[in-house]
Design a protein. Sequence first.
Length: 312
Amino acid sequence: MAIVTTKEMFQKAYAGGYAVGAFNVNNMEIIQGITEAAGELKAPVILQVSKGARAYANHTYLVKLVEAAAQENPDIPIALHLDHGDSFELCKSCIDGGFTSVMIDASSKSFEDNIALTKKVVEYAHDHGVVVEAELGTLAGVEDEVVVEVGNEMFTRPEEVEEFVTKTGCDSLAIAIGTSHGAYKFKPGTKPQLRFDVLEECSKRLPGFPIVLHGASSVPQDFVAEINQFGGSMPGAIGIPEEQLRHAAELAVCKINIDSDIRLAMTASIRKYFAEHPDHFDPRQYLKPARAAVKAMVAHKIVDVLGCNGKA
């Protein structure tokens, strides 16, 4: 199966009460781990590339790796998505370069400027058969070059979503309901609670329209403990409870972004391997179990959080 857009994925997800996983990719092993899990579970999947990942691994390498993954997993739909595009030029480059979906994140701009930039990207993307995700509201935390200090985040205003979607023509909308980027999402001792009232009000105003959640890693504590056990230092790393994400997927959320959990799974595996095999130096030796750790984590997300297994 060729790389596809998210249009049909989201239509089925909205109707079926599940979400499609959007997993950030940076290298071959991550792509393999994600798509092997999705392939075995017959789940649709979105492989997303941030501006930082594109700079690290090179646009062409990433596109060709995703094309190879699609060739190796012909029975599942795979979309290639730009995560947090911050300019028209970056979105255009990805559209011209084989991406099937792009996100233009102008959420830090004024409402009017957000509309103007998003509309410009939408017009170019739709002319080239590519879909567009936009964002209203801002999330706290750090993801590559996206940095919002805690206290400066802003929940999405439901009264703005209809006007925004109508004027921009975007295909999906990322909203801010209490998720956060990175592995240090909340202060230790706090209990994360998503604003389902905001989600429900947005979905009432946009019936049938796909909603996206960013910053939705759960920061599994077994990974954190393993990292700390084998020489790491991650005190106070806290994520979004998985049961809250599952509830969001049962509502209007059709796409849930996961990045930090992939990094944690790989790092925990590699730290453990180095501690147990100090004489090994072949990258294939420690990247193989790291790839397996990513695969296992993604499989868990697909089945227990996203509910999209068997939906390909």
